[in-house]
Design a binder for this molecule. Structure first.
Ligand code: XMP
Length: 512
């Protein structure tokens, strides 16, 4: 995909690197993250309007300190170094960086000495967020000070001739309230971007790109009913229409009414649509299986088998469409949290090599919220775009222990009641994901004058930005009470409801 304008971010490992990209894109300029040691020839090919060097946890004096190639400074485009990025510039261009004894961490007041470019139209004093160990003690030749703080007399520097800038603080975080203005000045005033990147320009260029890439080839897409695969499918369908076949598999592990709802919606679409009811196969293979990883493995393998069969029926398929998003793609030195290794996620990963398919991932440059915006641009309805994520292995990882029809028929209505009440009480859209879990234990209760010995349902609801970390959602108590009452009264076989108050980490969102 070629973009007219690109601001390139080189990642030195800061936890905020993705945030910089988001902020730049919010300004209407396409931005991409690459590893700090990317080949300079590759950068030249990307032809960026500007380059941002991110922060990072290292010290430039460390033995294995991440440093970019020296030729980076010969490319001739504007550069902004943030925090460690500033130190990299100073260190490589002949300034002095002091391995500080004390870390400066938290809020500071920045005094602006020069308002002409990076700090254009900002007040004289602004709050900024500092988070660094080393600090700059002397500028490299041809650099000058444009702002300072009480603790960092050299909190910001500029080489006006080269359009190189460095700032010691983080403009991308909310604790630097004027940070967006600073990035805005860099992108527009200094890099001279036009700012014409938005969902509709993305849709246009992507459709054209897919047309060119696919020609008259056939593509296949595994639809899950979720946001990402739906948006990917509709985008590809805009480009190649009925050359695309989407397959929706009923694994027998879907929620109440889900297969019917999803089919009803997709049958109207401009792609070929196939519904495969494979529920019996899946449930049979899962019989007696308790171990979560084994469940995931069985489902993943069976899914690939079903998919392979469908691909063979269609014949001559060349491409496989997947709804992969940007956070899954970024080649980064940042630590991205351990969740990728904790559970084996189920997808059609093994299929492309096995069948000689080329991957088509039209959303691989987007963040989740951008996918929703693209979906709106494609006129997909809010009830699809606002749906909570649902894992590939479905209810199998929400029924702890053995899975059978009886336990599915306990979980399904309980889940429906939970979601129904969240929607009726305007909580659903505030929550990243909500669902119920059926526990493999029974507890004692009393109904009427009778002793009961029945199942426990756990309610799980979390808020999150990207699913990597999450907090348990604070649902009003009276609503929790109502949900619990309804589940116990309406769902046969349940006599207790509990609420999960664990965050991720150390817990995960799903229980298995
Ligand atoms: P965890 O439980 O790891 O989940 O905190 C993070 C997010 O990923 C979803 N999830 C999956 N999605 N296939 C998927 O497509 C999977 O195998 C899978 N397992 C977990 C989970 O629902 C949450 O949104």
């Amino acid at each position: 995909m070629t973009h007219k304008e690109l601001v390139l971010i080189l990642d030195f490992g800061s936890q905020y690197t993705q945030l910089i990209a988001r902020r730049i894109r919010e300004l209407g300029v396409y931005s991409e993250i690459k590893p700090f040691d990317i080949d300079v020839e590759e950068i030249k090919k990307l032809n960026p309007k500007g380059i941002i060097l991110s922060g990072g946890p290292s010290s430039v004096y460390a033995q294995d300190a991440p440093l970019p190639s020296r030729e980076l400074f010969d490319i001739g485009c504007p550069i902004l170094g943030i925090c460690y990025g500033l130190q990299v510039m100073a260190y490589m261009l002949g300034g002095e960086v002091d391995p500080a004894q004390n870390r400066e961490y938290g809020r500071a007041v920045l005094t602006i000495d020069d308002h002409s470019d990076l700090f254009f139209q900002l007040r004289d004093h602004i709050d900024v967020w500092m988070s660094h160990g080393d600090h700059l003690t002397a500028f490299p030749p041809a650099f000058e000070m444009i702002a300072h703080t009480a603790n960092s007399p050299v909190a910001s520097m500029r080489n006006p001739g080269k359009k190189w800038y460095g700032i010691q603080f983080h403009p991308e975080v909310v604790h630097t309230p004027q940070g967006n203005k600073i990035l805005n000045n860099f992108v527009f005033k200094i890099c001279q971007c036009a700012g014409d990147w938005n969902p509709s320009s993305f849709v246009e260029t992507t459709i054209q790109g897919i047309k060119n890439q696919l020609g008259s080839g056939k593509a296949l897409c595994a639809l899950s009913g979720g946001v990402d695969s739906t948006v990917a499918a509709y985008l590809v369908a805009r480009a190649i229409g009925r050359q695309l076949t989407c397959v929706f598999v009923d694994t027998g592990l879907l929620r109440e009414g889900e297969a019917e709802q999803v089919c009803k919606y997709y049958e109207k679409a401009d792609f070929e649509f196939r519904f495969v009811d494979a529920s019996e196969r899946f449930l049979q293979n899962l019989q007696g299986v308790i171990d979560p990883e084994q469940k995931r493995k069985i489902i993943g393998e069976e899914f690939i088998r079903v998919f392979e069969e469908e691909a063979e029926k269609i014949g001559d398929v060349k491409f496989l469409v997947q709804g992969t998003l940007y956070p899954d793609v970024i080649e980064s030195v940042s630590t991205r949290g351990p969740s990728a290794m904790i559970k084996s996620h189920h997808n059609v990963g093994g299929l492309p090599e096995k069948m000689g398919l080329s991957l088509l991932e039209p959303l691989r440059e987007l963040f989740k919220d951008e996918v929703r915006r693209v979906g709106r641009e494609l006129h997909l309805p809010q009830n699809i775009l606002g749906r909570h994520p649902f894992p590939g292995p479905g209810l199998a990882v929400r029924i702890l222990g053995e899975i059978d029809e009886e336990r599915l028929s306990i979980l399904r209505p309980a889940d429906r009641i939970f979601i129904e009440e969240l929607q009726r009480n305007e909580q659903y859209d505030k929550i990243w994901q909500a669902f119920v879990v059926l526990l493999p234990i029974q507890t004692v209760g009393v109904m009427g004058d009778e002793r009961t010995y029945e199942n426990v349902i756990a309610l799980r609801a979390v808020t999150s930005i990207d699913g990597m970390t999450a907090d348990w959602a604070e649902i009003p108590n009276d609503l929790l009470a109502k949900i619990s009452n309804r589940i116990i009264n309406e769902v046969k076989g349940v006599n207790r409801v509990v609420y999960d108050i664990s965050s991720k980490p150390p817990s995960t969102i799903e229980w298995e």
